[in-house]
Design a protein around this ligand. Structure first.
Ligand code: SF4
Ligand code: SF4
Length: 296
């Protein structure tokens, strides 16, 4: 007998973003994005992605109506996925998703409408999770993280952050799969920044293949040198993610493996606090962040 597949509706909307998170999702290899769209992502459970502006064929008022219908007809049954931060300046007019009856529908208003009816929200990427580059000083658009925006609007729904600039496709797919497999993660599964510990639970610095150089005090002086990249601005000692183990591009390599510093792209203080990217963080910032670097 054929197994019954349960549909889990989801909508993905994008605000102040570069679409890099969508591109990362499209680069997923296992499962491939077509499997996500067509097949059960885990046995018996299929994500019915009702709206994704970058990959859907539809356009215009009809697709904006799909968002409306989702919140009206599927209350507390759908997952809201948000890419990019939420611009709030000028009553949200810095970012519109489309029009209905000739009137602009702002990202701000649509997030409010959908989040107030959603079962849970997933903030995809660092802009949505923490504000990211669009909220960088002086932040002329009033861009806010999803968490900050929901709190200010008094909307209380389960929220999971999947930061990264962009996030690894496994982190996006894995978070969705976790929700389908075992429901909304409880506090024990998330860190204090609402990230799944299974992906963001280890310090880059502790798993870095160049750690031996750091401990021995051997530092690269210019790109391409052998040695630890700390003096060249590596933020690995401040950054929690499994990149050194998981690797990117279907396991081919990762930032430090390719000779580039970790820029701390999954952390709340990326990018303002971690800039300039290729300069060492100032000593007094260690205190500020209460970071301990064991060997220094
Ligand atoms: S500072 Fe960066 S390059 Fe050096 S060991 Fe730590 S993570 Fe690796
Ligand atoms: S190594 Fe650092 S900068 Fe590179 S993807 Fe991982 S967290 Fe982001």
């Amino acid at each position: 007998m054929e197994e019954k597949v349960v549909e889990y509706p989801a909508v993905w909307i994008a605000g102040a973003s570069c679409s890099g998170c969508s591109v990362s999702l499209l680069n997923s290899v296992s499962p491939a994005v077509q499997n996500l769209l067509v097949d059960p992502i885990i046995p018996g459970k299929h994500v019915s992605l009702r709206f994704h502006a970058t990959i859907m064929a539809g356009s215009g008022e009809a697709v904006i109506q799909v968002l409306r219908e989702t919140s009206d007809k599927l209350p507390e049954k759908f997952i809201l996925m948000v890419e990019g931060s939420v611009p709030t300046g000028e009553d949200g007019l810095f970012c519109t998703l489309g029009e209905i009856d000739g009137k602009e529908v702002t990202m701000k208003d649509m997030v409010k409408e959908l989040a107030s009816k959603a079962m849970a929200a997933i903030a995809v990427g660092s802009c949505s999770s923490f504000g990211g580059i669009p909220s960088g000083a002086p932040n002329p658009t009033g861009a806010k993280s999803l968490k900050q925006f929901l709190e200010e609007e008094g909307i209380n729904i389960p929220l999971i952050n999947v930061p990264g600039c962009p996030p690894h496709p496994d982190w996006i797919m894995g978070t969705v799969a976790t929700v389908l497999l075992s429901g909304i993660p409880d506090q024990s599964q998330l860190d204090e920044k609402l990230r799944l510990k299974s992906f963001y639970g280890t310090l880059i610095h502790d798993n870095c293949p160049r750690r031996g150089f750091f401990d021995a005090g051997i530092f690269a002086e210019k790109p391409g040198d052998e040695g630890c990249l700390y003096q060249l601005g590596c933020k690995g000692p401040y950054t929690y993610a499994d990149c050194p183990i998981r690797h990117w591009n279907n396991g081919v390599n990762w930032c430090i493996g390719a000779g580039a510093q970790c820029i701390g792209c999954v952390e709340p203080d990326f990018h303002d606090m971690y800039a300039p990217m290729f300069e060492k963080i100032k000593e007094n910032d260690y205190e500020k962040f209460k970071i301990r670097i064991k060997s220094e």
